[in-house]
Write a protein that binds this ligand. Structure first.
Ligand SMILES: Nc1ncnc2c1ncn2[C@@H]1O[C@H](COP(=O)(O)OP(=O)(O)OP(=O)(O)O)[C@@H](O)[C@H]1O
Ligand SMILES: [Mg+2]
Length: 465
């Protein structure tokens, strides 16, 4: 009856009128933003998690997904279900649905139906600003937080072919089981929590969202345990970077770009990895010699040097990374270096700003011992504690050694036997230290005598001459 043009005009007109009086705003979030996109929309995932956590109690028809390798069941709203949410007294409606797209090209036809899903938010028009500016951010943040909590965390290591391979990370160490000075522990915890919450702050000051910790101290004082405790506390993944199997700076960069957000990048025993220490100083010397050479020649020389050395990661490559040049592409990372010898490291590597916090893990003190006694023996106090406290001042013993003594190994062992075992070990250690000191003293004396003899001999020869 109607000419098609007129019909179209009329429909447009009706739509306009309806949208003018219709008091609601609708926003749709598709699972795949573009029809030809393979990448699942992050927002969709966050909304799904948010709704399943906050509204699934209210939705009547739910869909269960069992996550692979995980024992929990993940409930989400079924299709065409509606739930309401409240935010600051505002009512928001969410519906889930499926998009039917008959014109979908055959190429994408293998996609399962459920992969064309969407969530639609409806709110009153006058709430539009609050919903788009504040509520949606809240939903996305919450959704992301849920994802972090429920995901299985991984421990990644780099292999020879310059890729990360992962296993599930299940280290039992936590800040509760970590034995160290309680004040220091508190300080570290506060620092970590402040970091994990300061996304906006880092953005504001234009820094990439990362933080560096240097853990140093003798073997067996809990450096690796501390890293595991940090990862457990923040629920981050760990990337354990073995620098010696990274070929050169380019490979290093690639590995680093491959790391995900919310992770800790760990380089253990940095003093043993490569010749990072002092290398820069040598280079500087060379450079000043070559300052008057023209740049092309210089570059050629550098390349040649690199080839000769069989190309490897350099200190400056590592510094570049730590400075966030390459970590700028993604955020929320901790970088942790550990070493047994802090004095061996190039100061450039550990200056403040690169390594924000230097944490010393040291020999067992009384406070440390008390935590271990509580963890291993369930003991808060005992008459032998005083003796042990005194002995720990006199004798250096690592928490690892103390823990070893406190471990209940045989059925017949009890707390008192363990404490006595520890006292015995402390006595032995003290004796050992005494003998060592004596020997060292003797050697020094001998050396001193020898030097004196040398001087005497020289004087004699001068006199004779
Ligand atoms: N501070 C500590 N609190 C609790 N347990 C500790 C502590 N220090 C050491 N241990 C115990 O000793 C073991 C070895 O500690 P850890 O591997 O953390 O030492 P480390 O400092 O990393 O040593 P290394 O320098 O040799 O790598 C741990 O498995 C843990 O059980
Ligand atoms: Mg270690």
């Amino acid at each position: 009856l109607f000419p098609s043009e007129l019909r179209r005009d009329l429909r447009n007109y009706v739509n306009k009128v309806v949208s003018h009086v219709y008091p609601y705003v609708e926003i749709t979030f598709h699972e795949y933003q573009l029809d030809n996109s393979f990448e699942r929309s992050e927002a969709f995932g966050s909304i799904e998690r948010y709704l399943s956590a906050s509204s699934s109690k209210r939705a009547k028809r739910l869909k269960a997904n069992v996550i692979k390798g995980c024992k929990s069941v993940f409930l989400s709203m079924d299709e065409n279900e509606e739930v309401t949410d409240e935010f600051n007294g505002i009512k928001i409606w969410w519906t889930s649905g499926k998009k039917n797209n008959p014109q979908q090209p055959a190429f994408f036809a293998y996609r399962r139906d459920e992969e064309k899903r969407f969530y639609r938010l409806t709110c009153r028009r006058e709430h539009r600003d609050i919903v788009t500016n504040i509520y949606l951010k809240h939903v996305l943040d919450e959704g992301e937080a849920i994802a972090v909590k429920t995901r299985q965390r991984k421990l990644y290591t780099n292999n020879k072919s310059n890729m990360w391979s992962s296993i599930i990370f299940e280290h039992p160490s936590t800040f509760d089981t970590l034995a160290m000075d309680p004040e220091k522990k508190e300080e570290i915890l506060d620092d970590l929590i402040a970091f994990s919450k300061s996304k906006d702050y880092y953005k504001k000051v234009g820094k990439s969202w990362k933080r560096g910790y240097l853990l140093y101290g003798p073997p067996g004082t809990g450096k690796s345990s501390m890293i595991a405790a940090m990862a457990n506390h923040l629920e981050y993944d760990i990337y354990d970077l073995e620098l010696t199997s990274v070929k050169d700076n380019t490979d290093l960069r690639k590995l680093l770009i491959d790391t995900s957000s919310k992770s800790i990048i760990v380089i253990e025993d940095i003093d043993c990895s490569l010749h990072l220490t002092g290398q820069r100083k040598e280079k500087k010397k060379e450079e000043s010699k070559e300052d008057n050479k023209d740049p092309i020649q210089k570059k050629a020389k550098e390349e040649e040097d690199k080839m000769k050395k069989g190309s490897e990661v350099t200190l400056s490559g590592l510094l570049n990374f730590i400075d966030g040049l390459w970590s700028a592409c993604a955020s929320e990372r901790l970088i942790i270096l550990t070493t047994n010898y802090i004095e061996k490291l190039d100061p450039a590597l550990i200056r403040r700003g690169r390594m924000d916090m230097h944490i010393e893990m040291s020999y067992c003190c009384y406070e440390t011992f008390k935590v271990l006694a509580k963890n291993y023996l369930d003991l808060e106090s005992h008459e032998l504690f005083e003796t042990i406290s005194r002995m720990l001042v006199e004798t250096k013993m690592t928490p690892a050694d103390v823990a070893e003594n406190l471990m209940l190994k045989l059925d017949k062992e009890n707390a008192e036997i363990c404490l006595n075992k520890l006292i015995k070990s402390l006595e032995d250690a003290k004796e050992e230290a005494r003998v060592k000191a004596l020997e060292a003293g003797k050697k020094k004396e001998e050396n001193g005598e020898m030097e004196q003899e040398n001087i005497d001999a020289k004087e004699n020869s001068v006199m004779n001459a």
